[in-house]
Design a protein around this ligand. Sequence first.
Ligand SMILES: Nc1nc2c(c(=O)[nH]1)N[C@H]1C(S)=C(S)[C@@H](COP(=O)(O)O)O[C@H]1N2
Ligand SMILES: [Mo]
Length: 217
Amino acid sequence: MVLHGRMNIFKLFVVILLVCGCVEQQQTPAANVSEKEDAFFAGKELTSIKEQRNNAIKGTQFINKETYTLQVTGMVNRSLNLTYEELLALPVADRFVRMDCVEGWGFDARWTGVTLNSIFNDSGLKPGAKNVIFYCDDGYSTSLELDYLRGKDIMLAYRLNNVTLPSERGFPLQLVAEGRYGYKWAKWVTHIEVTDQPYEGFWESRGYSNIAIVRER
Ligand SMILES: Nc1nc2c(c(=O)[nH]1)N[C@H]1C(S)=C(S)[C@@H](COP(=O)(O)O)O[C@H]1N2
Ligand SMILES: [Mo]
């Protein structure tokens, strides 16, 4: 009887452990415990990920990398549907870039990813294309001028401080919009559309500058 009672408590513990384990796994699909973040890059000190703030209209999105694709559509010669593996196989960009939110906070980080120029090399661009719209898994969107994206060789990052981009930070991809405010740094990007039309994203349609150039500090 006593043993039976203990067995029930033991079973309960096993069930609790399993449930906790499952929940934890669901919340961190992108995390890799063996990855260690860099403290320095290109001779500069990096802000550690836990000290970096983050911001999102609907909280963290959890994207499954097995089923994820990045759609590339609009004024391109060939629409693309790139898997996570295909994105990682493209030429790698690796840079120190500071991110500044319009609210006054920011951080320094190492960003590793794929440039839009690499993607447009594959898709081609139709003459007259002017803007690129970035659509995100949480319904967020923003846009940037094609000349800026191509001229500054802007990237979509899949690594931050040399670890896989964490889910709360936009896994699998965050736009590294150098020199532009944080609200241009689209996270959980699922679709990019090339257009000749102007476009106002989530914050831009609520009064924030569509250019969003970071003021000198
Ligand atoms: N999909 C998506 N991307 C987003 C946002 C968002 O709400 N949803 N917020 C933007 C804003 S306002 C900022 S300041 C940065 C914050 O990025 P971080 O989490 O890398 O610090 O994400 C930007 N990208
Ligand atoms: Mo922001």
